[in-house]
Design a binder for this molecule. Structure first.
Ligand code: NAD
Ligand code: MG
Length: 394
């Protein structure tokens, strides 16, 4: 029987890569629901190709637009809108797998609905774990859901864990893990030029093609900071067991170091279809239409340590884990506001991380005792970030 999939955020970079794979394997997978915020043209084309049971958009206005575009297409697709509909298609009884690929905090509640319904969750939306790692992992365990990491580093680590390993467990005999980072587009840009970096420059990642927010996060290395937090929760390790190393070629996607001195790595082209295929088929394997590695052609793999002055975001992420409670919720929310402002040219590149730091310093961190506490901390951090920004630009 085909596995039925809901793709949350199907019009984004991860969503499109997922559909590309599903298109290659119509004998294995079927699309139950596609969701998007507002890219109706893309969603309409996807609906015509995959004929999902449901398509979900943000507003009634967008729903009407999609309805018009699909009029006469003779699809089975029902069009819904709003937050509750996202949760419904993520938790419906017919669904086997949920690809969680909405960007940012907006992905938390629908992903949580999938967790509470005990689904296999292919997790790209790292912000869900950064915001609410402890509670989220608890929910996964409580409802018997299966959490498979899509983020390339975490997928690499997951593949290098001992046989039978489940996310949330602490793997036996693992000494530490090493997350690789490309260093982004500004790994060697003179620091005095950071102030004048434009959104176009920040989005142009040297190795990966990704959505705007994660591309900016890669340029500040806040992405790697979030990934350290993501790894902390997924693999249930101590902070001191998580290292980050710069590997500019993005060929080794991360490494697990065992206590006998063995270091296991997963390698592949920088193409997200590889980790997505691994989660879709896990523990089996399926073909993926990707460029296979030619190591002789690549020739050299190099490594450097991270320059903490150039990339203060990483230290901030470690400090947020150390602080515990809602600290990483606040870090995530302030960063989302800062990145959005940078993309809208309301904030300079070099002000992004200081703004996040400022919001963290001005916030009383609380125990992350419930999702309500998390959502309130998220709301308050956004408010503070906006207040701080207006103070900076006044
Ligand atoms: P993207 O910006 O390309 O796509 C985001 C998707 O989310 C779109 O379909 C959009 O319609 C939807 N969306 C955005 N805001 C929404 C809202 N408020 N409500 C409902 N839907 C909304 O992003 P992406 O690059 O595909 O990244 C998606 C997630 O995957 C992020 O959490 C990112 O960190 C993670 N991720 C991405 C990559 C990558 O290569 N792109 C790699 C690793 C992890
Ligand atoms: Mg990653």
């Amino acid at each position: 029987m085909n596995k039925r999939i809901t793709i949350l955020g199907s019009t984004g970079s991860i969503g499109k890569s997922t559909l590309n794979l599903l298109g290659v394997h119509p004998d294995k997978f079927e699309v139950f629901a596609l969701t998007a915020k507002s890219k109706i043209d893309v969603l309409s084309t996807q609906c015509q190709q995959f004929n999902p049971n449901f398509a979900v958009v943000e507003s009634e206005y967008h729903a009407n637009q999609l309805q018009q575009k699909l009029a006469g297409a003779k699809l089975r697709t029902k069009i819904l809108h709003g937050a509750a509909a996202l949760q419904e298609v993520a938790s419906a009884a017919e669904v086997d797998y949920v690809m969680a690929s909405i960007v940012g905090a907006a992905g938390l509640l629908p992903t949580l609905a999938a967790a509470r319904a005990g689904k296999r969750i292919l997790l790209a939306n790292k912000e869900a774990l950064v915001m609410s790692g402890a509670l989220f992992m608890k929910t996964i365990a409580e409802f018997g859901a299966e959490l498979l990491p899509v983020d390339s580093e975490h997928n690499a680590l997951f593949q290098c864990m001992p046989p039978g390993y489940k996310t949330g467990d602490t793997a036996a005999n693992v000494d530490k893990i090493v997350l690789t980072a490309s260093g982004g587009p500004f790994r060697s840009l003179p620091l005095e030029k950071f102030g004048s970096i434009t959104p176009e420059q920040a989005i142009a990642h040297p190795n990966w093609s990704m959505g705007a927010k994660i591309s900016v996060d890669s340029a500040t290395m806040m992405n790697k900071g979030c990934e350290v937090i993501e790894a902390f929760w997924l693999f249930n390790l101590k902070m001191a067991q998580i290292d980050v190393i710069i590997h500019p070629q993005s060929i080794i996607h991360s490494m697990v170091c065992y206590k006998d001195g063995s270091m296991l790595a997963q390698l592949g082209s920088p193409d997200m279809q590889i980790p997505i295929a691994a989660t879709l088929a896990w523990p089996d394997r399926i073909n993926a239409p990707v460029k296979k590695l030619d190591l002789v052609d690549i020739g050299k793999l190099t490594f450097e340590s991270v320059d903490a002055t150039r990339f203060p975001a990483l230290g901030l992420a470690y400090a947020a884990i150390q602080a515990g409670g809602t600290a990483s919720t606040v870090l995530n929310a302030a960063n989302e506001v800062a990145v959005e402002a940078f993309l809208a040219r309301r904030l300079t590149f070099s002000a992004i991380v200081p703004l996040v730091n400022e919001v963290l310093e001005r916030t009383n961190i609380e125990p992350a005792s419930s999702y309500d506490v998390i959502l309130e901390a998220d709301r308050r951090a956004r408010e503070l970030a906006n207040e701080n920004m207006s103070a900076m630009t006044d």
